[in-house]
Design a protein around this ligand. Structure first.
Ligand code: ADP
Ligand code: ZN
Ligand code: ZN
Length: 730
């Protein structure tokens, strides 16, 4: 008989902890249940991962579990397996990985299913009621009568008997009634189609058929199609089939993609409870959504990154929309997972298909298609009569600028406005100006905590750091020489103002993190654009997803050059994706779209490839370059990152880590090097890259190396993390 439980605890230690089954006995304890255990002087909530007959720990030191918190597992076997895999793959302590997968309320011990207070009449109570008691207390008599007829929840009593608590106390004291906490029964969670979708286009039909044929077996599909080509409609059709088979679907979307419009689209199609999980939920809301998923009531679970860990009983399909999006990668804390990659692994473990959708697939995914691991399904035509937009470059060296907008762009804006079109001007920089400069002494407002300039926010009259959040009043004069200061360069705030001067009387909307803080702000911008009241939309990255403005016919990309010469090998890919996504905003209706890209480097191969061959053309050349340079996906990377308050502690730690490494031949160590922005939020950052052609030797090396890194004396002076498959290098 197994009597030892292996428990994952949220500690930095890379291991499980053994406990004895509780002495009291009770129902069988199976993996996936939470337990309370003694840990040193603390009591912790942990998750049972396995049971065993023996432990390495001497019998006298084994302690019993204090309490079993769940009648059923909170995580099923496939999820347990996924998390175990993730702990190994990302080389992160297993207890911390399990903790990341559970809502905070559950980590603190909240019940996995909602409970309610139920009252009933005892046998004595029922007899007393029949005998006409209690005689002189009409409220008690009424309540007893109610409960004699059948049990009721506290909420029901509230509704039917008004203030009943006092009467209940009296009846309880006489043993006439009793109460208990019971699990709130979950509704079965039916699913019906509210409205049938439109007739599918041939490409959509082929995609639906291909994935539907694989329902019930593992398989990874890439659904590639430009914005508006009908990918979401394909998801909806497949989910319809999954629901018909009595199964459930998990849909992951990027942070920016989880819009009220998208949720509304799911609700409009399916009459079924939807569990929505995203980062802005309160602990209570998250627990409620998690419970709806875990209890099986929600047949569709829709969420951002961490929803990849949501419990979905009888999972039938996983969809990852905008699979290339950087927000799928957890870039904070120690557990830096890719929700996209975990979704692929989860689907494999669960034996279900996973559909990765994108207009601009990551080069990793395209490479997996070429290698035959993923199946590519393409949507070639735009729906309805919409045509793909025409892209053109504007050479900034040959054209005068007014407020950052070149003359050809101004003329194009005038032309489209005159034809009743709407215009999007894209600038990936919020604020008024990126620099505040003293024209006399050359002083530039710096962030004291970062190697960065402070951004001018004119409306708020503040200087703000976009890296650490530092915030100071806008100085009226130069703090060094007392001369006047002036904002230099363009941000969206200034652009909105300058366009207002160029096109007086025209209504301009702005979409960035300064103007859109709440959901209602976003809805207001969308309303102004959709109604045609606003004619020009100025926006950052935020404009790339989720809205359909059929009348938007011109997109101007103000500055494409930031990504052209970055030291990060992924910068060109991100730039190409951004341009294609922004361009996709144009011409979604019946009118043809035009896209103008301002650049000082019109001959740059990235831009010329993109124009000549579209994203496909860009990707082909970019993948060749990656192969030649032996960058991912032609090699595997892990980044050991460190930060410290002093300039060289981080570098010293990384150098020691490098010295401690006995890297076998195919594994290479690169660095350490300071980050491009070495000082950030008062700390100095540096990184050491580990590179290898193949996954297996890399992971074998990391597994052997990390315990040594942890044990380094210099590790105590820094904060460090290991980032496997990093997507941003610095
Ligand atoms: P994507 O997800 O690729 O951006 P959508 O699925 O949102 O594309 O489709 C774009 C627009 O076209 C939506 O308004 C959608 O309702 C509509 N649409 C999609 N498929 C069809 C179809 N087969 N027939 C008619 N309209 C469609
Ligand atoms: Zn000065
Ligand atoms: Zn700063």
């Amino acid at each position: 008989m197994p009597h030892v439980l292996r428990v994952a605890l949220d500690t930095p230690l890379r291991r499980l902890f053994d406990y004895l089954e509780p002495e009291a006995g009770g129902a069988a304890i199976v993996p996936g249940m939470r337990v309370r255990v003694p840990f040193g002087r603390q009591r912790l909530t942990g998750l049972v991962i396995a049971s065993a007959a023996h432990s390495e720990v001497p019998a006298e030191r084994l302690k019993p579990v204090l309490e079993v918190l769940d009648p059923r597992p909170v995580l099923d076997t496939a999820l347990l397996e996924l998390l175990g895999w993730a702990a190994q793959y990302y080389h992160h302590p297993i207890g911390a990985v399990f903790a990341a997968a559970l809502p905070r309320a559950l980590r603190l011990g909240a019940p996995a299913a909602a409970r309610e207070e139920r009252w009933l009449a005892t046998a004595t109570g029922a007899a007393a009621w029949a005998a006409g008691e209690p005689r002189r207390a009409p409220k008690q008599r009424a309540l007893l009568g109610l409960l004699a007829a059948g049990p009721a929840t506290a909420a029901e009593l509230e509704e039917r008997a008004g203030s009943w608590r006092e009467a209940a106390r009296a009846l309880l004291a006489r043993g006439f009634i009793a109460s208990a906490e019971v699990e709130t029964p979950r509704s079965a969670g039916g699913a019906t189609l509210r409205v049938a979708g439109p007739e599918l286009l041939p490409g959509q039909q082929a995609a639906v058929t291909a994935v539907a044929a694989g329902l019930g077996t593992a398989g990874t599909f890439l659904l590639q199609g430009i914005t508006g080509s009908g990918k979401t409609e394909v998801y909806l059709r497949l989910i319809e089939q999954v629901l018909e088979r009595g199964r459930r679907a998990l849909v992951l979307v990027p942070e920016i993609g989880l819009t009220p419009q998208l949720i509304a689209r799911f609700r409009a199609r399916f009459e079924t409870p939807l569990a929505v999980l995203h980062s802005a939920l309160s602990d209570a809301e998250r627990l409620e959504a998690w419970r709806a998923a875990h209890g099986g009531e929600a047949r569709i679970v829709l969420g951002t990154r961490s929803a990849v860990f949501a419990p979905v009983p009888e999972l039938g399909l996983i969809v990852v929309d905008e699979e290339h999006d950087a927000s799928f990668k957890q870039h904070e804390g120690g557990f830096r997972y890719s929700a996209r990659d975990l979704a692929v692994m989860r689907a494999r473990l669960a034996g279900v298909p996973v559909l990765l959708g994108s207009a601009t697939p990551s080069l990793e995914t395209l490479h997996n298609v070429t290698a035959g691991r993923y199946t590519r399904l393409a949507l070639v035509r735009r729906t309805a009569e919409a045509q793909p937009p025409v892209l053109k470059l504007i050479d900034l060296r040959a054209n005068a600028l007014r407020a950052g907008v070149s003359t050809p762009a101004v003329l194009a804006i005038e032309r489209h406005l005159a034809q009743d079109g709407q215009v999007l001007v894209f600038l990936n920089r919020r604020g008024y100006a990126p620099t505040l400069l003293c024209t006399a002494c050359g002083w530039i407002a710096p962030c004291r905590e970062c190697d960065a300039r402070l951004t001018v926010h004119m409306g708020a009259a503040r200087l703000r750091c976009h890296h650490c959040g530092a915030d100071a009043p806008l100085p009226p004069r130069c703090p060094v020489c007392g001369f006047t200061v002036k904002p230099v360069g363009q941000g969206t705030e200034r652009l909105e103002q300058s366009l207002g001067e160029l096109f007086p009387g025209l209504s301009i909307a702005r979409l960035d993190r300064d103007t859109v803080r709440r959901r209602a702000d976003m809805e207001e911008v969308v309303r102004r654009m959709a109604s045609g009241e606003a004619r020009i939309l100025v926006g950052t990255q935020m404009v790339t997803k989720g809205h359909d403005f059929p009348n938007l016919t011109l997109v101007v990309v103000l500055n494409a050059d930031q990504g052209l010469f970055s030291s990060d090998f992924r910068a060109p890919e991100r730039l190409a994706q951004t341009i294609v996504q922004v361009a996709g905003r144009a011409g979604r209706g019946a009118k043809a779209g035009e896209v103008l890209i301002q650049t000082e480097f019109p001959d740059h191969p990235l831009l010329t490839n993109l124009l000549a061959g579209g994203y496909e053309g860009f990707a082909r050349v970019a993948l060749e370059e990656r192969a030649q340079a032996a960058w991912p996906p032609f090699a595997r990377l892990a980044a050991l990152r460190a930060s410290a308050k002093s300039a060289d502690a981080a570098l010293r730690f990384l150098a020691a880590a490098r010295a401690a490494a006995r890297a076998p031949r195919p594994v290479r160590l690169l660095g350490p090097v300071p980050a491009a922005m070495a000082k950030r939020a008062g700390r100095y950052h540096a990184q050491l890259l580990v590179e290898c052609r193949d996954r297996t030797p890399l992971h074998a090396f990391l597994a052997a190396w990390l315990p040594q890194v942890e044990a380094l004396p210099s590790a105590r002076a820094v904060r460090w993390t290991l980032d496997v498959d990093p997507i941003e290098l610095f």
